[in-house]
Design a binder for this molecule. Structure first.
Ligand SMILES: [Zn+2]
Length: 301
């Protein structure tokens, strides 16, 4: 990104994605397909993280550049022409694939990011643009959608959603996959989980490793956003999930999000990889996958 910024002033999402994936072979395997349908499917990808137990976490991912336009910063979430059509389609595809939706944000080099002028306090943490790994971050689409709603009520500050999404909610990819355990925190202690299983409580309260750790990292971006509403959350009923999911029942909590967020996020955590993953990686891409996405990425933890 730094080289392309210097020589051309910009970079392309797809090029960065390929460079990223090829730089981390063989731990990461990927398959690109559907070149001829590019315009229709965009650069949507299915990402799976799989651990040695076979458990895995999947996410439908759209790569987005953080672009500077004069003094404004944009991620282009409302593409095309500010209609939000692409974002709605991302959620629809995520529902079809039984996956959460997310964005992979490409944010250039440090000098580029420094111009963002983030206004948060950064208590006990490095300024966002200096975070190690800030060039490639992951953010749940639910968090981005919420920030877009906030920004719509503040039209005098049009770059708010891009900078807020990047600074507050986006997770450096290297943090998500770092080999340390992650998750022990009181974040969800105050949340009324109703009849939630012991296994779900343990997932939310204690350190996790492997695919569950990835799921917690990504879930927490949404969980932190919902935190202000924990006290208001009513006793919950449970939603039945897919039988292949690690958690077959999940609290029906919506917060201010457009869908129940436990179900949306944690349907990606499964006991084993769906069959299409190996099929795609071996070049035999099922038609119902090719119809919706342009590539599959598998990260072996
Ligand atoms: Zn910041």
């Amino acid at each position: 990104m730094a080289h392309l910024l210097a020589y051309e002033g910009a970079w392309e999402e797809e090029y960065i994605t390929i460079r990223l994936c090829t730089a981390v072979l063989p731990e990461v395997r990927y398959a690109r397909f559907n070149k001829q349908q590019e315009g229709r499917v965009g650069s949507d990808m299915i990402w799976w993280w799989v651990d040695r137990s076979g458990e895995c976490f999947g996410c439908l991912i759209q790569a987005k550049n953080i672009k500077q336009n004069g003094r404004q910063w944009r991620i282009g979430f409302q593409h095309p022409h500010n209609t939000g059509e692409q974002l709605r389609r991302l959620f629809t595809t995520a529902d079809l694939l039984h996956l959460p939706a997310g964005f992979l944000l490409y944010a250039g080099d440090q000098a580029y990011r420094e111009r963002m002028g983030c206004t948060s306090q950064h208590r006990n943490r490095a300024p966002c643009h200096e975070r190690p790994g800030a060039a490639v971050t992951l953010v749940p689409a639910l968090a981005a959608e919420r920030e877009i709603q906030f920004a719509e009520s503040a039209p005098w500050h049009p770059d708010r959603s891009a900078v807020e999404v990047f600074c507050q909610w986006a997770l450096p990819l290297i943090d998500v996959t770092a080999p340390l355990p992650y998750g022990a925190s009181p974040l969800y202690r105050g949340l009324n989980l109703g009849d939630a299983s012991h296994e779900l409580r343990e997932f939310l309260y204690t350190d996790q490793v492997g695919a569950r750790k990835i799921a917690r990292h990504v879930f927490d971006a949404v969980g932190r956003m919902a935190m202000g509403q924990h006290a208001l959350a009513t006793p919950t009923t449970v939603l039945d999930a897919d039988a292949a999911c690690v958690f077959s029942q999940l609290p029906d909590l919506r917060g201010h999000f457009t869908v129940p967020y436990f179900g949306h996020m944690l349907r990606g955590l499964r006991r084993e990889l769906p069959g299409y993953v190996e099929q795609c990686l071996s070049g035999d891409v099922p038609e119902d996958v090719a119809r919706h996405v342009g590539s599959v990425v598998l990260i072996q933890l």
